[in-house]
Design a protein around this ligand. Sequence first.
Ligand code: CTP
Ligand code: CA
Length: 223
Amino acid sequence: EADLESRLPLKGKKILITAGPTYEAIDPVRFIGNHSSGKMGFDIAQSAANLGASVILVSGPSHLKIENNLVKVIRVVSAQEMYDACHQYFADVDVAIAAAAVADYKPKIIALQKIKKTADDFTIELEKTKDILASLGEIKKNQFLIGFALETENEIENAKLKIQKKNLDLIVLNSLQDKGAGFGKPTNKITFIDKNFEVQPMELKSKEAVADDILNKVIAHFL
Ligand code: CTP
Ligand code: CA
């Protein structure tokens, strides 16, 4: 029995995970989105459930599925919907991991009818979406809060700024340096940076293996 327990080190823990892109409507048939597949977040959810955790997976539009009694999937479309779902569950969880590629901007006005092709030039005015992760950082009590960062310059410095700005315990920095890593790829090259600014570069590996590495950080936090 002790052996079984040790293989389910996150039994009794609740983990909120965001995944996938968000779609921000322009009109009834068009949106602003991005190429996130949701794979990283779904792999984290699977890995967490394998370790015994109860998972709330809030996902933007993604074709991925997960069938597991320990995982509750909440499908959302926009950043606002993802924000609302996260705030519905955050107070009740022990850990939150933000793997979603949330749109940074959304159209200021959503046209009620399909926009017709008229003028040669056409401009859509955008406004910022809510920063979901930063909003969780503002209200967090004992939750262990993990974010992701995608940077193309001054990676480590920018990631450290995000830790401070969003009140994170750990950030997973995605390196685009490596050709095998990123959107639509099965692999990721990450660097962990914790709130004490300890930097730990990891090898290029499958997203499943990256998910396991992230959950090992969660397990270590509870030891
Ligand atoms: N994030 C979020 N809500 C947003 C934007 C980002 O929750 N509206 C989360 C992402 O899920 C990720 C982290 O914040 O965990 C960092 O996302 P990233 O795009 O790297 O950083 P931003 O804060 O959006 O800043 P920028 O895109 O300008 O680098
Ligand atoms: Ca962003």
